[in-house]
Design a protein around this ligand. Structure first.
Ligand code: SAH
Ligand code: SF4
Ligand code: F3S
Length: 458
């Protein structure tokens, strides 16, 4: 755990006083955002205060992402930028998936890093900070069997009416390109009662919409309070019984864990929003096989058919990787064909990034970057066209939106439709957290404009 203190001349000076103010910067997926929020709440409970925007903080936590090379390398430039004009620097903690993947290597490359803490160990941050104030560096990348969640403080009042709740962590799927099974560890499900308790705390703290999170959220299993075995759809139904909760969402789900029960929940549970993020990665079966996805393009499409049969208005979303090793033009055409067939409401697409330690990084026939660039452009053009089509088709509809944020102009607010579209509306008499009905007037690629119809009781 302890490493020798590095020569002073390569470190900017840092005071060993206990930090009074902090800043947490999260990168990567929603689960990292959630972890970042829990760190903020924990440091707050320790008596520290969040540094105001633009002000120096005594402690900076970089909550990092390792999924693609660019994301992982970013941390080193960010660390460099923390050096202040007067030559001093804050206490620096690297948390998240880069911390887990690179461990002690981080402080070797960037000696000004004081703390390296993995995603399953951040509940130990206060102890690690104390160690640094005694002049040591601190590393904790343990993946304890005891749940970090039990060690975190109860969720306090929330700034927003929407909240994230991690219910499942880790991944056992081992897609050949992906670091997550190594950075987040084996799949675990949080217990039913812990999830219900956290949901209630969020609701007491003003949250009306909860997004359930997990690397494979729909792989969740557990037992309810009466000891009956439950799958993810049972948990959704249990949460839907909480009276003051208005909306439930979830991400990210895996095609192989898309059960009949979960599909049925989309028809039956009114609070479950009609939005499904279901990554497919490629439309080519030979690439899917090389990726170890354990589904085919056809079996994936069959799932979407079933979901659309019970919930015809469902908005679909997905993830794609272009340029996986060995991807031919024909393979890529199959991805384009799948996209044309599904017509996603939105989708994320990435150039394949070889990650150290993953099987795909050593595969033959790596694809040149120019080919990846060209394919990504074609794919994104198609996805954007469909996104605009999806939003344009909503114009004229009357829909409920949950107000989440203030807009740019006086009286303007921004809310989300059930299909996760952002809507700008002038509603001066409504408060954030209100559910209001709007008529959708016009659509752009990323948001819509709406007019208030009536105000519903909050
Ligand atoms: N657990 C989720 C998402 C994990 S990471 C799932 O299985 O769907 C989010 C997305 O990043 C993935 O869906 C994939 O599209 C992308 N991704 C993961 N590893 C990548 C890599 N090595 N290169 C490029 N994109 C990658
Ligand atoms: Fe990564 Fe695949 Fe697991 Fe998703 S299912 S986290 S892509 S290994
Ligand atoms: Fe990135 Fe880790 Fe999430 S690698 S995508 S932060 S699980």
């Amino acid at each position: 755990m302890n490493r020798p203190v590095l020569p002073k001349h390569i470190q900017a000076p840092r005071s060993t006083a206990a930090p009074a103010t902090f800043r947490v910067k999260s990168f990567g997926c929603q689960m990292n955002v959630y972890d970042g929020e829990r760190m903020v709440e924990m440091l707050g409970a320790q008596g520290m205060t969040a540094a105001p925007e633009g002000a120096d903080a005594d402690l900076v936590v970089l909550n990092t992402c390792h999924i693609r090379e660019k994301a992982a390398e970013k941390v080193y430039s960010d660390i460099g930028r923390l050096r202040r004009d007067d030559g001093t620097r804050p206490m620096i903690a690297v948390a998240g998936c880069v911390a887990q993947a690179e461990g002690a290597e981080i402080s070797r490359r960037a000696p000004s890093v004081d703390i390296v803490v993995g995603p399953q160990a951040y509940h130990n941050l206060p102890k690690l900070i104390a160690k640094v104030t005694q002049g040591e560096q601190a590393l904790d990348t343990d993946m304890p069997t005891a749940s970090k969640f039990d060690a975190l403080p109860t969720r306090p009042r929330q700034a927003r009416p929407t909240g994230f709740l991690t219910i499942q962590e880790g991944c056992d799927k081992f897609c050949t390109y992906c670091v997550v099974p190594y950075t987040r560890g084996a799949e675990i499900s949080r217990p039913w009662s812990a999830i219900l308790d956290e949901a209630k705390a969020l609701i007491d703290g003003g949250v009306r919409e909860i997004t359930l999170l997990g690397q494979n959220v729909n792989a969740w299993t557990g037992e309810d309070v009466r000891g009956r075995p439950q799958c993810f759809d049972g948990l959704i139904r249990g949460l839907a019984d909480l009276p003051d909760l208005a909306r439930i969402r979830y991400m990210t789900s895996h095609p192989n864990d898309m059960t009949e029960g979960l599909i049925a929940a989309h028809a039956e549970v009114e609070k479950l929003m009609p939005f499904l993020h279901l990554p497919v990665q490629s439309g080519s079966n030979s690439i899917l096989k090389a990726m170890n996805r354990n589904h085919t393009a056809e079996s994936y499409l069959a799932i979407l058919e079933k979901v659309r049969a019970v919930r015809p208005d469902i908005a679909l979303s997905g993830d794609f990787i272009v340029g996986f090793p060995g991807e031919t033009e024909t393979d890529f055409e199959a991805t384009m064909a799948l996209v044309e067939q599904v017509r996603y409401a939105m989708a994320y697409s990435f150039k394949y990034s070889p990650r150290p330690g993953t099987p795909a990084a050593d595969m033959d026939r790596q694809i040149p970057v120019e080919v990846m660039d060209e394919r990504l452009q074609r794919l994104q053009a198609a996805i954007n066209t469909h996104q605009v089509e999806f939003n344009s088709a909503s114009v004229g509809k009357r829909v409920p939106i949950l107000l989440e944020r203030e807009g740019r102009y006086p009286g303007q607010k921004i809310g989300k439709t059930p299909w996760l579209q952002s809507v700008h509306v002038v509603a001066p008499d409504s408060a954030l957290g209100d559910m209001i009905d709007v008529e959708l007037l016009s659509a752009g690629p990323n948001s819509l404009a709406g007019a208030l119809i009536e105000r519903k009781a909050a």
